[in-house]
Design a protein around this ligand. Sequence first.
Ligand code: ADP
Ligand code: MN
Ligand code: MN
Ligand code: MN
Length: 378
Amino acid sequence: MNFFPKSKSEVNFSLFDVTMAATLSAFRGPLDDLDQRGKIMAEYVWLGGAETSGGIDMRSKTMTLDSVPKSPDELRVWNYDGSSTGQAPGENSEVLIKPVAIFPDPFRRDPNIIVLCEAILPKTFAPIPTNTRRKAKEHFDKKPELVPWFGIEQEYTLMKADVPKPFGFPNGGGFPAPQGPYYCGAGHDSAIGRPVADTHYKACLYAGLKIAGINAEVMPGQWEYQIGPSVGIESGDHMWMSRYLMLRVCELMGVNVTFDPKPATGDWNGAGCHTNFSTKPMREDGGYKVIIDAVEKLGVKHMEHIKCYGEGNDRRLTGAHETAAIDKFSYGVANRGASIRIPTDTEAAQKGYFEDRRPASNMDPYVVTGKIFETTCL
Ligand code: ADP
Ligand code: MN
Ligand code: MN
Ligand code: MN
C-alpha cells in the first residue's frame, strides 16, 4: 500500500510536531482580547500556482485597515511576489491581488475579515493563467436568468502530523478494520477526527459560508462537508474559502489534511467533490426533460470534462468504490456507480437537479462549475 503519491506532501509532515503546534495555539489566547485601537486586520487570500499544504496552493497575508469595508470594491488592490508562488519569473515578479469577496474572520474574529482575491497582471489587469475565476464568471454572466445552483460535496482526508498516514491507520505496519463502520459513524474507533470536522464547520458558519452539512466518510479519517446551493460564481468563492479555513483549522490543531483523490491505495475509498447542479428551468415544472438534455450534452464531452476535473482522478475513478470508470460515461437514477446520478426525488417530481460524481476532491471549483455551465447551458 502507498500513501501520498506526491513526494512533496511527505516533506511537510515532520516540519512541525504536534506538541509544538498545540503549545503555540494555547499561547495565542492571552493576547487575543487586547484592544486593536480601532484598526482592522484584513487577511488577503489568493490561489498560488504551486502545491503547498494538502496538495492545493492557498496563500495569504495581512493588511491593517482603518475601517471595515462594506464591499470588496472599497478595498485596495495589493500585490505579492509571484516568483515565490510559481506564478511569475523573478525579474518580473509582481502579481496584483484584487479583492472579490469579504468574510468575517473566525480566527481573529469580528471586526477582522478575510478577503478572497483574484490574481491579475500589473498594468493590463488581465487575469494571470491560474486565475480560473474570471473565465467561470464570464460564462455565468452570459445567462444570469438561468440562476445556476451548485451544491458541492467536498471530501477530504485527515493525515497524521508525524507519519504520512491517514487518521485511523496504525503508525507502524498493518491496517485499520475494513471499511463499513466509518461512514456516518459514531464512537472512538469509528468516527476518527471529528473535532477537526466540527471546528471547521463552526468556522465556516462564522465566516458566513453556505455550508449545508458534514458527515464522516467511508475511509477512516475521511470526512465531507457540503457547500451550497450557491448561485454561479459564489459556489467557487465559498468552496475556496472553505478550503482555506480547513487549512487554517488543521494548522491550529496540529494535523494535516490532504485533498488527494486517492490517499490510500487498495481497498479504500477515494475522495471526490460531487457537484450537484440545477438551473431555474430544471427546478420548474417540465424540468426533467431539461435535466436529461443537459446530462446528454455532458456525455458528448465526457473526456473534455474529465481532463479538468482534478489531478490524479485516474487513481480514483476505477469503477469500484462507488465510482464509474474514467473512460466511460454513464448516468442513472439513484446510481452511485454512474458518472452522473439523478436523485430519486428528482425523477419522482419530474424536476430538480443532477449530481456529477466525477470531479476529484482536489478539483478547482471555478473550473468545474464554469465548465458544467458552459457545456449544458451556453
Ligand atoms: P449525497 O446524497 O450525494 O451524499 P449530499 O446531501 O451530501 O448528497 O449533497 C447534496 C448537495 O446538493 C447539497 O450540497 C445540496 O445543497 C445540493 N442541492 C440540493 N438541491 C439542489 C439543487 N436543486 N441544485 C443544486 N444543488 C442542490
Ligand atoms: Mn454527500
Ligand atoms: Mn461523500
Ligand atoms: Mn454525492
